[in-house]
Ligand binder design. Structure first.
Ligand code: CMP
Length: 138
């Protein structure tokens, strides 16, 4: 059993697809065990995406992530880290498979609707970034 962190990004909340994203996880056997709506400051987004701080897109990514509200979720299930990433589809929607969240809703590689932790190490950091142990019910 794994617990991972997912975010409906500001483009997802403004496109009104919060329920659609959560529904796709739930229909695939993933359980929501923590949920909050937040609006990150630039510095909070920078802390969240710290591993990407040297990337050329870091400034634009953190600006985008602090441009509106996000829904952050703790998700649990067998092999949840890889499963959630499969349901989301490739980072670049042009490369995402049919039926994935990003194929269906994302505009481009930056405005790609949803985030999911890419490893156990990332999941631990990212879950702790937004939730304390009393806010996760799994
Ligand atoms: P996410 O899964 O949230 O992890 C890091 C994010 O950086 C990624 O989704 C994209 O939104 C963004 N990203 C990754 N590569 C690029 C890129 N080449 N240009 C712009 N944004 C990117």
């Amino acid at each position: 059993m794994e617990t991972t962190l997912s975010i409906v990004k500001p483009d997802g909340t403004s496109k009104n697809v919060i329920g659609e994203v959560i529904g796709r996880f739930e229909k695939n056997g993933i359980k929501v065990v923590g949920l909050r709506m937040i609006h990150m400051s630039i510095s909070q987004a920078e802390g969240f995406y710290y591993v990407h701080r040297e990337r050329p897109f870091f400034g634009s990514l953190t600006e985008f992530m602090s441009s509106g509200p996000c829904v952050v979720m703790a998700l649990q299930g067998e092999g949840a880290i890889a499963k959630v990433r499969g349901i989301m589809g490739a980072t670049n929607p042009d490369e995402a498979e049919e039926g994935t969240i990003r194929k269906d809703f994302a505009d481009n590689i930056e405005h790609n609707i949803v985030h999911g932790s890419d490893s156990q190490e990332s999941a631990d950091y990212e879950l702790n970034y937004f939730f304390n142990s009393l806010q996760i019910f799994g």
